[in-house]
Ligand binder design. Structure first.
Ligand SMILES: C[S@@+](CC[C@H](N)C(=O)[O-])C[C@H]1O[C@@H](n2cnc3c(N)ncnc32)[C@H](O)[C@@H]1O
Length: 295
């Protein structure tokens, strides 16, 4: 059942994961602000020059309604209508993109992008002179291995699973290690999560991390310090973590999720995580919160 968010665009609620697919503040806005803008797609599109430039490669982890791919295409083609793009998208449940092509939901996108979303949902691919897109249906822990085997090197990775507590299997050190293999040397991975365990898992996969600063929108409460994380192979140009965020990575909240065989159940991953947290010789997150007056 679609739910309207505060920017007028729709999202879904997953009964299986007990969570909405997007921020209630705006599903469409989130796709632009947290994914298309922070991965600097407009700049990439402007650098694209026919016939020398290779296509811009995008990896959309957890395609869902396809909003991140859609916002990326809108951004790229607004900056340069001629730039060629290759999209690889991963999604568990094919009924989600199919439900998202109802006319009311598609109406927020331009007609060319609507066509792309329709074709991806119905045929799992779209091919034109400017776009090659493929949707791989299945558990991303397995489908990512096909992407790795193809040598796919993404300029931008949109990393958008349900939250770590609901879907820990996609936030583990081992899964990030697979995803990182698909990140090009100058590519950027973006996620809405600012969780310490997620940030440490990215670092364990060899990536440097930066903060996605909050937009300037008036009063902010003490627990609102970032709207996500970006990661890359080089620290150059990444907005640095604040002292408070760096110290967060030294607390028990920073113990990462693990899934050595990339096949454990949610319950097994959560239990392992809880045991490792209890044994970790790290500062408690409560004491870190108290020190930084986070309520
Ligand atoms: C937060 S939603 C993604 C929202 C999406 N990016 C969008 O713009 O609509 C998370 C998505 O992850 C998918 N998912 C859950 N577990 C998965 C798994 N193991 N592999 C691949 N996708 C998974 C869900 O079906 C859901 O569509």
């Amino acid at each position: 059942m679609p739910q309207r968010t505060e920017d007028g665009s729709f999202t879904f609620f997953s009964e299986a994961f007990g969570e909405a697919f997007h921020s209630r503040l705006g599903a469409r806005a989130e796709a632009f602000e947290k994914f298309a803008q922070v991965t600097r797609l407009a700049t990439l599109a402007r650098q694209f020059v026919e016939p020398d430039s290779p296509p811009i490669h995008l990896l959309d982890v957890c395609y869902g309604l396809g909003y991140n791919t859609a916002a990326a295409l809108e951004t790229l083609w607004a900056a340069n209508p001629d730039c060629r793009v290759e999209v690889m998208a991963l999604e568990l449940d094919s009924t989600v993109p199919q439900a998202a092509i109802a006319p009311d939901l598609l109406a927020i996108w331009s007609p060319p992008v609507q066509n792309v979303l329709r074709a991806i949902a119905q045929h799992y691919e779209f091919c034109s002179s400017t776009l090659q897109a493929h949707l791989l249906i299945g558990d991303a822990r397995q489908t990512i291995q096909q992407v790795v085997a193809q040598g796919f090197q993404a300029d931008a990775i949109f990393f958008d699973p349900f939250s770590p507590r609901r879907c820990p299997q996609l936030w583990t050190v081992e899964f990030f290690a697979q995803v990182a293999k698909c990140l090009s040397p100058r590519g950027i991975l973006a996620t809405y999560s600012r969780s310490a365990s997620v940030r440490v898992a990215m670092q364990a996969a060899g990536l440097h991390i930066g903060n996605i600063p909050l937009p300037d929108r008036g009063d902010r409460r003490s627990h609102e310090w970032s709207q996500g994380t970006i990661a890359a192979w080089s620290p150059d140009g990444l907005p640095p973590l604040s002292q408070m965020e760096q110290e967060h990575l030294q607390t028990r909240a920073a113990v990462p999720y693990r899934d050595p065989s990339l096949s454990d159940s949610t319950a097994a991953i959560l239990t392992r995580h809880q045991q490792e947290q209890q044994q970790a010789p790290l500062e408690s997150t409560t004491s870190w919160r108290r020190r930084w007056r986070i309520v």
